[in-house]
Design a protein around this ligand. Sequence first.
Ligand code: FE2
Length: 420
Amino acid sequence: MSKKLFKNARLKGSQKLTDILVENEKFKKISPCQDKEKSNLEQIDLKGKLVLPPYVEPHIHLDYVYSISTTDFKNKSGTLIEGIQKWSEIKHDRSVEEVKEKARIAINKEILSGIQYVRTHVDVTEPNLTSLKAMLELREEYKDAITMQIVAFPQEGMYSYQYGDKLVEEAIHMGADVIGAIPHYEFTKELGELSLKKVFELAMKYDKLIDVHCDEIDDEESRFVESLATLAYLNSMGERTTASHTCAMGSYNNAYANKLFRILKLSNINFISCPTENMHLQGKGDTYPKRRGVTRVPELLDAGLNVCFAQDSISDPWYPLGSGNLMNILDAGIHISQLTTMEQIYNALDLITINGAKTMYIHDRYGIQEGHDANFIVLDSSDEYDAVRERAGVICSIRKGEYLFKKSPESYETKLQILK
Ligand code: FE2
């Protein structure tokens, strides 16, 4: 029987230090232990550092990472539409091994930044399903280090790409966990609506989750989120449904937004905002004032809806930057969304932890609770406010009671006495 005691842990929302007893890969006890309980136990002193459930990356495209030349970012307009076109030109020339090799670099970076849960959107609008084959293998290869959900994502359209709907269904048979769509990219509004109906038909037929790239455009008339929420509500699928991006919501007039929020609240769907990606992609048709490109994050949170932040891209035809580090995304996200009251800053870490877990529909087994898998991270900070302000790094990540990694404390050399 393997037993470990992580002592002097500072849990989010509590000023007191506690002990975390791990037994047989699970959290056995989360409260101070008596001396007699500690004897003969391996003990690790966390020295008052902040302990969180692992970071959750709920929206990334691991089959796209590092697919651009670092000296020639070919998406000259820097828009979503040109990104899809450039991707379409290069995606057929890749092998499963090449996709895996690049994705491993990104996954390893994510693990080393404290992520243990990932939802990756995988392009299935390609007859050989190269991306999907690669990701299915990586899901298995990395299962002891990360929990990966795969979205069958028709990047070029469920109906605007030949047999897109059939490829999505084939991807489900091959092992995809989630069904995606991209209604704002379909040739017509009607095809966009049809793609949403298809998503629900497939999700209910195969008992799958839903995550739609929804209204990722500055067009204030792109209103697929109302259809997505309505279908989720009518089919009682809200908690299993996610709207990614919803950038157009930032352009809606307030009269429409007020009406929209009624069905959003009734549906209880999840929202993912990708702040760095959409700050980069959106507003490209504007002069000044220039739109920010992100959805109405504080308003959605105030309405009681679940919102989380995600990276989306790492060096692909849509976005030339990205590192897999969610603390960077959180920092950008709370600034662009103006989530900067003290209460919002204290709660900000929820946007890359528990809110992401809720979106991935894993919340019943996620978190630092007795009986759950002993998965957690330790930040180089003793307080959630400082952690966010300082963009604290993750000093160790533990999965089922074992270290995925442990970092040495940062050190530096200086001749300046004042810095010593
Ligand atoms: Fe995306």
